[in-house]
Design a protein around this ligand. Structure first.
Ligand SMILES: Cc1cc2nc3c(=O)[nH]c(=O)nc-3n(C[C@H](O)[C@H](O)[C@H](O)COP(=O)(O)OP(=O)(O)OC[C@H]3O[C@@H](n4cnc5c(N)ncnc54)[C@H](O)[C@@H]3O)c2cc1C
Length: 493
């Protein structure tokens, strides 16, 4: 079994250059996942000078670890309805259908080979007590005039008490899609730099100065497409969102059954994918990030579930997390009122293939001063209502608990014997002892918001339970939002 995403199998890309000098640009996009690349793509025909930077490789972030479904039948619909009512939910469904059409149009017009296929989507429950949620979903879909059906089973033998199904959705290979958009952007003169990390952003008179590790970029407008903003506490972002982590696995099956499904509660997500073999992909074990740190146990449970219900021939396993908002609507648009120079696309509540594409269209339309009928729906400065406030409070209590726990807890029951956390020279250190007895000593505190890091024995990394930053055993930052390393010089310990 391979501890990596199925979508990275056989993907070979030649590295793009990293930024080596100070530059000026009209538009700077920070992050080259589906959000950043889609935004660049929709700006490619403008006369603007557009630059995109990514701290790693284009398309290798959260986008490379999804299940690659393109559907409007999402588990978030009843949550949106509870916060905003039927009309907003109807409009959200319409926006997701529009996003699927945008992707389909790109695939056809540019002949993108990304295994795009039309597919039926199901939302189901495997619990009698949750049948009401499916009935509520049925009512929402009726009001949105969708062509859907209720039934009691899925096309495969899998626990299901009730479901609704639609047949105008799709699936694709997310990485092949994003990498083709990248190639089109490059041909159309978009400047793309990889291994170029933004570490700071300062307001200037006519835009922003963004610092990378070794250079400065002066930009009229900046688009934050980096999944989670890399700079600390922008407008209380950590209080408005939380991260949810899920585990994914792919195994060989006898036949692609051409459907995808997700359960309404306790996420069970299923889809198929075919290349030289037919695969079934399953995602589950979803929880708030801080409550979901024991990778070894979770992978064991994941594999057990796959083997008991779906396939015994498992090939790939990985995890992913996404930014969740308390009203279940994404955050897309101008980040602050009265500031047209800072834009953001994030908070997709695990539906970023459609919403990241939509963000690309909305953000580019804002920049090009074109009408877009979804701008208001996703505005980052939309107002608070009572349901949103209640959800926000509940989530902050949970996140606060994770934060406090991370401050108190020094070690976890799942730590192997060769890992310890202890004070050295007045600093709290995380220590990993390798097979040669060599100690790899790092700071145990995340530079982002000072949470204590948790060791991940599967990947041999130090992971932040609060906002998802990750570091290797020598302290190098491998995933944001932290932009700093946690290395300690050998003389310091
Ligand atoms: C288990 C799971 C399954 C999912 N399945 C689906 C699905 O089937 N369908 C669906 O619609 N959605 C799905 N999602 C949601 C989807 O994965 C995300 O919403 C989406 O990939 C987010 O895209 P992005 O472009 O915002 O982020 P990313 O793809 O993470 O891109 C952000 C980029 O920014 C770069 N970056 C970060 N910090 C910096 C910095 N400081 N400087 C420069 N660059 C930086 C990163 O390297 C990265 O490449 C799933 C999520 C999970 C957790």
């Amino acid at each position: 079994m391979i501890n990596n995403s199925l979508w990275l199998k056989g993907i070979k890309t030649s590295a793009l250059p990293s930024l080596k000098k100070d530059i000026e640009t009209d538009i700077l996009i920070i992050g080259g996942g589906i959000t950043g690349i889609s935004t660049a793509f929709y700006l490619k025909d403008s006369n603007l000078n557009v630059t995109l930077i990514d701290s790693d490789k284009i398309g290798f972030g959260a986008t490379s670890k999804t299940t690659g479904k393109l559907t409007y039948l999402q588990d978030t619909l009843t949550k949106i309805k509870s916060v905003y009512g039927t009309e907003v939910t109807r409009k959200y469904i319409e926006s997701q259908k529009y996003a699927i059409e945008l992707i389909k149009t790109n695939v056809i017009e540019h002949n993108i080979k990304c295994n795009f296929e039309s597919n039926n989507s199901y939302v189901f429950t495997n619990q009698n007590k949750d049948k009401k949620v499916i009935k509520d979903l049925d009512t929402i879909l009726k009001k949105a005039n969708t062509n859907h059906k209720k039934s009691f089973s899925l096309p495969i033998k899998y626990p299901c008490k009730l479901n609704v199904k639609v047949n105008d959705t799709a699936v694709f290979h997310p990485v092949k899609y994003v990498l083709t958009l990248k190639d089109i952007c490059l041909k159309r003169g978009i400047n793309i730099y990889e291994r170029t990390k933004a570490i700071d952003i300062d307001k200037a008179e006519d835009g922003y100065i963004v610092k990378t590790v070794s250079n400065k970029i002066k930009a009229r407008k900046v688009i934050l497409a980096c999944h989670y903003p890399f700079f600390i506490i922008p407008k209380l972002f950590p209080l408005k969102t939380h991260l949810e982590k899920s585990y994914v696995s792919a195994g060989v099956t006898d036949k692609n059954k051409m459907f995808n499904a997700i359960s309404m509660k306790d996420v069970h997500s299923i889809r198929y994918y075919s290349d030289s073999k037919d695969y079934i992909i399953y995602a589950g074990l979803s929880k708030t990030l801080g409550q979901n740190m024991d990778n070894e146990k979770n992978y064991k449970d994941l594999i057990w579930h796959m083997k008991s219900n779906l396939t015994k021939d498992i090939k790939y396993y990985w995890f992913n997390y996404d930014v969740m908002t308390e009203d279940s609507l994404p955050i897309i648009g101008y980040y602050e009122k009265n500031n047209k120079n800072l834009l953001i696309g994030t908070g997709y509540n695990t539906w970023g293939m459609t919403n990241g594409t939509l963000a690309g269209k909305i953000l580019s339309d804002l920049i090009l001063e074109k009408e877009n009928k979804y701008t208001k729906l996703f505005s980052p400065t939309r107002s608070l209502n009572i349901m949103k406030f209640i959800n926000l409070t509940n989530s902050n209590i949970k996140s606060g608990f994770t934060y406090i726990l991370s401050k108190i807890k020094t070690s976890y029951s799942f730590y192997p014997k060769n890992v310890k956390v202890e004070m050295r020279n007045g600093k709290r250190c995380g220590i990993y002892i390798d097979e040669n007895g060599y100690e790899h000593v790092v700071s145990n505190i995340c530079p982002h918001m000072k949470c204590r890091l948790v060791f991940n024995p599967v990947d041999k990394t130090w992971d932040c339970p609060c906002h998802g930053s990750r570091f290797n055993i020598d302290g190098k930052s491998i995933k944001g939002p932290s932009v700093f390393d946690i290395s300690i010089k050998s003389t310091d310990n």
